[in-house]
Design a protein around this ligand. Structure first.
Ligand SMILES: CC(C)(COP(=O)(O)OP(=O)(O)OC[C@H]1O[C@@H](n2cnc3c(N)ncnc32)[C@H](O)[C@@H]1OP(=O)(O)O)[C@@H](O)C(=O)NCCC(=O)NCCS
Length: 175
């Protein structure tokens, strides 16, 4: 096992079964009741902004980004992030987050939001979102609601209920 043999590539549909297995292994059935899962149920993730770490032809880690809307703001929701147990603590998770956030910035997105541990994501540019600014579809510890701002002012545009961008668009079309 050597990090030199690990490649980071955009996700492909062929990776889906392995990504599902990695998420099952990392989060178990509890993943289905998470607030972020509920949002991701609303529509597809952005495959071109989601990445896997490969060792040979095996997926050993995955991160996904999903387009969301909240109030007047638009952003990407990061997650799930998961690394196969044998490959943990080698820097792969942080590398995947950096790659995904960089790809989001290049694509012109203003912010990346996630629910996660501030000690892990803080050094990667994520800061707590002010309490009460955003509502998730299921309860989350407000201290775990974090954002990385890629364009100045993009995070303060995110207000109220977070929804998958596809759902927010559909609601707008019905209005
Ligand atoms: C959390 C996870 C993605 C980290 O990936 P990884 O590749 O093992 O982590 P990295 O090698 O990038 O970073 C390791 C460092 O982060 C620290 N770390 C790991 N999880 C952490 C957490 N939840 N909070 C704070 N620090 C954490 C490690 O102690 C280590 O610190 P060190 O560099 O000082 O030794 C991985 O452990 C995992 O898949 N966990 C299960 C799923 C999960 O919890 N996903 C995150 C959901 S928000």
């Amino acid at each position: 096992m050597s990090l030199a043999d690990v490649a980071y590539v955009p996700e492909d549909a062929a990776h889906d079964p392995e990504i599902e297995a990695i998420n099952e292994e990392a989060f178990g059935p509890g993943r289905f009741v998470r607030a972020a899962f509920k949002i991701r149920e609303g529509g597809p993730h952005a495959r071109d902004l989601s990445f896997v770490a490969l060792h040979g032809d095996k997926v050993i880690a995955s991160v996904r980004l999903t387009p969301i809307n909240a109030g007047e703001g638009q952003a990407l929701l990061l997650g799930p992030l998961a690394v196969r147990p044998a490959w943990k603590n080698l820097g792969i998770g942080k590398r995947l987050v950096r790659i995904a956030v960089e790809a989001a910035a290049v694509a012109g997105w203003g912010a990346v939001v996630l629910v996660g541990d501030a000690p892990y994501y803080g050094p990667l540019g994520f800061k707590p979102i002010p309490r009460g600014q955003l509502t998730m579809p299921r309860p989350v510890d407000p201290a775990r609601l974090l954002a990385a701002e890629l364009h100045s002012g993009a995070v303060e545009m995110l207000t109220g209920e977070v929804r998958h961008a596809a759902l927010a668009r559909a609601a707008g079309e019905r209005a």
